[in-house]
Design a protein around this ligand. Sequence first.
Ligand code: FE
Ligand code: ZN
Ligand code: FE
Ligand code: FE
Length: 191
Amino acid sequence: MAKVATMEDLFLDEIRDLYDAEKQLTKALPKMAKAASSEELRTALENHLEETENQVERLEQIFEMLEQKGTGKKCAAMAGLIKEGDEVAKSTEDTAVRDAGLIAAAQKVEHYEISGYGSARTHAQLLGHQEVVSLLEETLKEEKQADRILNDLAESSVNEEAGSQSGKSHGAKNGRSGAKTRSAGSSSSRE
Ligand code: FE
Ligand code: ZN
Ligand code: FE
Ligand code: FE
């Protein structure tokens, strides 16, 4: 494994990690969209796929700006998050409950990206890569917006329907479990 000695090395590693993560997502998002049972969720995931393709291109631009070869470095975290999303899809029926699970999985992905792009942006700033900062910020905005859209879906129709599918033995708690799902969704970062 190549030594990471300087901030410049660390920063490049972060970009390579994000590049691999986004490429994994261009393959995973269509599958998640296909698994979605609600039209709204499917559309949201498909829209974010388009953004993700642009984000891949932005990272390629960044490699050019830094005069570096555009190669990724396997992002183990994204592979794990995608695997969990896949497990949710496989272990549920094609219902609103699956959608609630898919939204939660997709929000974990967005939060990972928000954190990765946030750090990379700060490091680019520190290193004086001003044009790179702007590109990273564009993507960061899209990731935050994607998270907000998913959050709105979690708080609206999708999870309300899922809440109404609580087990019969919990009948009396139906309303409450719906409320719980909503507050869990709304705990996600909003800026
Ligand atoms: Fe992304
Ligand atoms: Zn990553
Ligand atoms: Fe990673
Ligand atoms: Fe994203």
